[in-house]
Design a protein around this ligand. Sequence first.
Ligand SMILES: [Zn+2]
Length: 306
Amino acid sequence: MYLKKIFSIIILAGIFPVLLLSCNGSNSGKSDNSGTGSGSEDISASDVSSTAPPTASPQPTEEVYTPKKYFTLSFDDGITQDSRIIEILKKYDMYCATFNINTGLCGASWDWVAGAVGCPGLTHIRFTEKELKSGIYDGFEVAVHTLTHPSLTDLSDSAVISEVGDDAKNIKKICGTAPVGMAYPGGNYYNDHIIRLILENTDIRYARTVTSTGKFTLPEYFMEWNPTCSFTEGNAKLLLKKLLRKECTEDMLFYVWCHGYELDAYDKWDEFEEFIKAVSEAEDIVKVTNGEFYQLFKDKIPSWKE
Ligand SMILES: [Zn+2]
């Protein structure tokens, strides 16, 4: 009898923890692999990690590089039409634009532009410093377009450094962020000497040209960053269709630039909005500012020749 009682205690002692564990599991109201039950967390966690199927715990995939399709925009001169551009970009959550501004010309009105493009009444008015400080470009990248928009190839070395470097300093002071890039003013007025001056004397590390490639290739050098097209060339929509059809076997970049006044001059606002909407809906396209793209690729693409 005594032995039978001892035997019963031994059996109960063996079963009781099992019952406890079982109650704990059922009290938690969660499945065995939840790993969140109190009291048995250590047991459950180790148990789950050793028994979970491989798909339940994905491993980091940094070893496998997946090429992507990138899209970026830039607009030159820092003029009042940029407000309407920003309104459209914000409507479609497209913060992938860079605005290249001339801080030595704040508030200037270039009346001659209307005549130059044959569009009477067209305005080309730069934002004032006060307007810039009000946060017009918040959420977007602001980059250098030089202080006063000269042809850099006409300037002395010190003037080139001042036009680029002082514009960058002003942008930092007015907009709060130090720029890393620029767009050459007035067209392709740059050369090897100017690029080296800029790299050696300022923090500017990328510069956009006005040479359209019509392609989605990445720049060879960031200081000679040729865009895919200007929006006013009229082929942006077709190029987008082409990009969407392409198989992504290597990184691709669709770079569109423009001046806000051109959208007025050539009545392209509806076309522009339609294009922005279409890009925003393309889920496999990564939208970045020029500066964000530079940061992503600065270790792969040099700013200039060694
Ligand atoms: Zn310009």
